[in-house]
Structure formats: structure tokens, C-alpha cells
Design a binder for this molecule. Structure first.
Ligand SMILES: [Zn+2]
Length: 59
């Protein structure tokens, strides 16, 4: 697991999320720990390195 920091697209607070680096491509819905709005997380790993990360609020 890695901890990734990013800005929430709703409240613009910096939040962090734990992501499982053993899963190459993943997409899931998670609630912001600050404002509790749902967002879709897209993450890709190569050799456990985070190579792409995006947050989508329109899903
Ligand atoms: Zn938020």
C-alpha cells in the first residue's frame, strides 16, 4: 500500500488515500475524508510505482 496525497475536487482540501500498489489498474469510488463527497479514483501502477492517478467527480 502507498499513501497518495491529492486535492479533493469538491472541497479542495489536501487529503491522502491508501492505494494498493499490487493492483496494476484500479478504479473505485471513495468518499472524501473531509467533506464526505464521493469521488472516483483511477490509479495505475508499474512495478509498484504509481504512474497515473486521477480523480473524477462526474461518474
Ligand atoms: Zn472533500
Amino acid at each position: 500500500m502507498i499513501e497518495h496525497f491529492f486535492q479533493c475536487p469538491y472541497c479542495w482540501q489536501q487529503i491522502s488515500m491508501l492505494i494498493d500498489s499490487s493492483i496494476e489498474h484500479q478504479s473505485y469510488i471513495e468518499d472524501c475524508e473531509n467533506c464526505c463527497n464521493p469521488m472516483q479514483i483511477n490509479a495505475s501502477f508499474i512495478n509498484s510505482e504509481l504512474v497515473t492517478f486521477s480523480v473524477n467527480q462526474d461518474f
